[in-house]
Design a protein around this ligand. Sequence first.
Ligand code: XUL
Ligand code: CO
Length: 436
Amino acid sequence: MPSAFARIKPVQYEGPKSKNPLSFKWYNPDEVVEGKTMKDHLRFSVVYWHTMRGAGADMFGWGTAKRPWELGEGTVKQAQDRVRHFFELVEKLGAPYYAFHDRDVAPHGKTLAQSNKNLDAVVKVLKEEQKRTGIKLLWGTAQLFVHPRYMHGAATSCEADVFAYAAAQVKKALEVTKTLGGEGYTFWGGREGYSTLWNTDMKRELDHLARFLHMAVDYAKQIGFKGQFYIEPKPKEPTKHQYDADAAACLNFLREYGLTKHLKLNLETNHATLAGHSMQHEMEVAGAAGALGSIDANTGDLMLGWDTDQFPTDIYLTTQCMLTMLKYGGFTTGGVNFDAKVRRESFEPIDLLHAHIGGMDAFARGLKIAAAIRQDGRLADFVKNRYRSWDDGIGRDIEKGKVGFKELEKYILKAGEPKLESGRQEFLENLINEFI
Ligand code: XUL
Ligand code: CO
């Protein structure tokens, strides 16, 4: 079977002057930035679901995408062949990682046993292709939202048997993630939320979600899966309200249920903006809590109120992401995972290459700009200087817990009205523009 990408040459770095649309202008995998290669900094990952299974259908129309690997009856054999197309694409892009859901790689069976069997047959090919290409699994996950049984949620379903089914599905997904050497495992609460509070016992559902995650942690220990667990915040869609609404809500939930040591956050740009935050805000919240794990790199459309999952091309966005990432020490287990899809009108397989090349270049550029801003030092110096009143005197005494309200009253009666300095937002915005 000739691959859909057989005639495409491996994408190479040709530099910013190149006019070849199938080349990298900025992503130069071996180029060293802040002591590490770009490849190791960015740890790019291609998602199976949008890339291979997304057909471009929307509420008003059928799928438009021309996908030779979808011409067939939906058999296991077809699923195995599809994997080979996928790896050829990822290989040509030179991305070192991929991510998948159990049910996007292998067809649903009539029973759980049949689904597991289907999955095993496809995992065999995933393993072969990983071995052939050296491409690794960034994280695996279970699809707990497409099948009608999950209409009320999975771990937060009102029906205990659905919880049990979801647990059995995640058990298997953890096993195959381990088999494939996955460096992580993600929980995105597909339908873990509610449509109306009139029929919902929120406390009970949250308790169940925590129980579910504890079971996953226990099972990972039992089978010796050492990958990093992630929870992926999203405020809404498909439900009206998702429990994992944003980074702060997830961290609060993890803390309340004793899960902080076991899960970090996998943050997605379009989910951040749906929650009314910037991606940088979400990354700072996670970073401050020591929970900045991985990112689902995409972007939304600020004119629209839903998850458009576009490829990231905005250099300001990627600069902000990489500034925060570098500030917190860079990725360890995580990476830049393109949870993004081409537009419905971009229906040819080649559009998948343009999309990923654009995203990889945008992040490479963001990385270089962030490193230049850090090297320059004026931004960091400004922030440090802004807080200098905390480095000694009364500020240090407050931070060290040496003074209380009584001492502060005495202090301020003597010191008088505080003297303030400008926040210089516009000056700093201009400073950032020097680098972009
Ligand atoms: C959905 C989403 C998911 C998760 C994995 O919005 O982002 O694809 O990343 O289940
Ligand atoms: Co995602």
